[in-house]
Design a protein around this ligand. Structure first.
Ligand code: HEM
Length: 190
């Protein structure tokens, strides 16, 4: 693909930006759903907790890999004025300042999550957990970014993907909240 770009098809970067953005959003959604399942202590014979935890971490890493590609291809594309700094400092971009800025905010929150997870042992569980709440904030900001600036938002398939992501997270959070209530009222469900 990079050869194609070099051979005079610069739009390949733009296609890659769009594709990797969609995949990153799906993986981020799965990461949030698995994280919520984990704190809800969801487990079954097929899906013991250590498996859910392991998949959660790996999917999170994969989403970061797609996200980095999304950002790199955005900048390499060069068709719109988005610089390296715009990927780190929000609301500076000369192109769709608000919507691209929201993507940067989501990325910054993810960076904070990654760094604190790497130094989790030093930070202590409480500190790490406090920062990990950012995951809940990062996801809707990323959804808004994709809907606000994405070329494909008005396509039925993209709308279906966005709707499925929103339903998946709302469903997981709903189950988590109802589970918490159940446990607090019966006190003996675990
Ligand atoms: C957690 C962080 C992020 C996620 C999950 C994400 C995801 C997405 C999604 C789903 C789209 C829509 C793609 C489409 O409609 O086909 C998109 C578009 C876009 N994103 Fe991101 N993004 C993130 C961060 C960033 C950052 C930091 C930048 C650049 C500084 C960026 C630049 C762009 C641009 C320029 C587009 C528009 C591409 C087009 O023309 O369709 N994104 N992103």
């Amino acid at each position: 693909m990079l050869t194609l770009a070099a051979a005079g098809h610069p739009a390949i970067y733009w296609y890659m930006t769009r594709a990797t953005g969609v995949v990153a959003l799906c993986l981020l959604t799965l990461t949030v759903v698995l994280g919520v399942a984990n704190v809800s202590r969801f487990a079954s014979e097929r899906w013991p907790r250590f498996v859910i935890d392991g998949v959660h971490r790996r999917v999170a890493l994969l989403s970061v890999a797609f996200l980095l590609t999304h950002i790199i291809t955005t900048i390499l594309d060069g068709y719109v004025p988005i610089r390296w700094l715009d990927a780190l400092v929000p609301f500076q971009s000369g192109y769709r300042t608000l919507w691209v800025g929201l993507g940067t905010v989501a990325f910054d929150m993810l960076l904070a999550l990654i760094v604190t997870s790497l130094v989790r042992a030093r930070l202590g569980y409480r500190g790490w957990r406090a920062v990990h709440w950012l995951a809940y904030a990062c996801w809707p900001v990323a959804v808004l970014h994709g809907a606000g600036t994405g070329t494909d938002f008005r396509q039925p398939w993209m709308f279906a993907i966005d709707a499925a992501c929103v339903l998946a997270v709302l469903g997981a959070v709903g189950v988590r909240l109802s589970g918490a209530n159940l446990q607090s009222t019966t006190g003996a469900l675990r």
